[in-house]
Design a protein around this ligand. Structure first.
Ligand SMILES: [Zn+2]
Length: 153
């Protein structure tokens, strides 16, 4: 658990506009912060923490994911696949290849030089936070989601 440091950034999701972004970790999980996009109340997504320099990568991944507007079932499927930490860290390239079908905008994550695989693994963790937050929203606020299709029992 990270304590009271603004050097750390946490994924934040806005149920109003469905966008996600990195926020300085001042509030802590469960506390609301203002959405950068619509000004609504956004919520910190529990999970991995990042640094300020990760914000650009996070924003690129979020934009790529948001642009395809996947059905909830597909988002759920992606979140489930990414939740497999072992596969995410051991064979990230194989995972990315599968993700490029529904989310072609993630192509930029493909490692072209040695050492870039670390970036890919980090990006996968970010995508998990983004996808999981959308699934979570559909469960908690089905009225905000056009086609729920997932129940939490
Ligand atoms: Zn918003």
């Amino acid at each position: 658990m990270v304590t009271s440091s603004t050097n750390y950034y946490v994924p934040t999701h806005c149920p109003g506009c469905m966008r996600a972004f990195l926020t300085p970790d001042r509030a802590g999980a469960g506390v609301s912060v203002s959405c950068k996009n619509c000004g609504g109340l956004a919520r910190v997504v529990p999970g991995e923490v990042y640094r300020a320099e990760d914000a650009v990568l996070f924003a690129k991944i979020e934009a790529a994911f948001d642009s395809v507007d996947l059905p909830l079932a597909e988002t759920f499927h992606i979140a489930t696949e990414l939740a497999n930490v072992l596969e995410r860290t051991r064979s990230p390239n194989m995972l990315l290849r599968r993700l490029l079908l529904p989310v072609p905008g993630l192509r930029f994550l493909k490692p072209t030089h040695p050492g870039e695989e670390e970036l890919l693994v980090r990006g996968m963790g970010m995508l998990l936070a983004i996808a999981a937050a959308r699934v979570q929203q559909a469960v908690e606020w089905p009225q905000l989601t056009p086609s729920p299709g997932i129940s939490d029992d």
